[in-house]
Design a binder for this molecule. Sequence first.
Ligand SMILES: Nc1nc2c(ncn2[C@@H]2O[C@H](COP(=O)(O)OP(=O)(O)OP(=O)(O)O)[C@@H](O)[C@H]2O)c(=O)[nH]1
Ligand SMILES: [Mg+2]
Length: 247
Amino acid sequence: MSDVLSTAAEIYQVVDRMGFWDQLRDALRRKHKVILFGASGAGKTQFLESFGNTFAKALDQVARTQFAHDRTIQIQDQLFRFTDTPGTVAQSAHRVQALREAIGAGLCGVVNLVCYGYHEYGAPLEEIVDGDVVSWDYLRRHRDLELEQISEWAPLLDSEWIITVVTKADLWWDNKEEVMSHYIRGEYDDKLSYLNPRSHRVTLSYSSVNSRFYGRIPCSGHFDDAERVRCRQHLHETLVQSIGAAR
Ligand SMILES: Nc1nc2c(ncn2[C@@H]2O[C@H](COP(=O)(O)OP(=O)(O)OP(=O)(O)O)[C@@H](O)[C@H]2O)c(=O)[nH]1
Ligand SMILES: [Mg+2]
């Protein structure tokens, strides 16, 4: 009998060392379900990377997400289950399907990632730059795409919250009044509130990584590490406060 007990104790110690109990506890804990939207190159996958590392490396601009997939992320003492979605125009049906599944599984809210048109996904250079600066037409077309894509999902929501994360602040921070007012008071908010008047909406600035646009156009010099940490803190607090706000 004592042999059996000592074997059981040894097994317990081994699985404890492997972190099994922590994994089991996490598997059983409630996860707050969030779906991530945003046009291709907005930075959704990079955004999820940034939770684990404030100073993460930039992802390759040609590495597009092909299928919706889930990632569990701990923020303060809460677990969130984020669904990263593919942002290309051709994947529209796939995104709607991912949203329907998330609603069926008890969706808490949506994070919509926007970036004032600074979408980076391997477009030809002649479309992107105009001399030494980003082409105004490129930024305008991609902002229009952001507006088109919210029509796909916003009408399907009920009272879930929507957090609009205006990312890539390292690129547009020098122009922050214009950028944030487009999302808080301008065309974007008009359309979102028209498509879903019931949702609770919040808009935040953010940056997942410091990186030249398409490896060429330099970052805004004024978005420093202190600002990055402040944006990150604000996002984490907002996500934790959003728990239970949907219903
Ligand atoms: N400067 C800067 N670049 C960023 C930021 N976030 C993402 N990027 C870059 O933008 C490019 C696209 O980012 P992804 O995360 O792959 O974009 P995505 O939204 O997941 O795109 P899809 O998978 O096609 O839907 C990558 O090269 C990133 O490094 C940011 O905050 N600042
Ligand atoms: Mg992606």
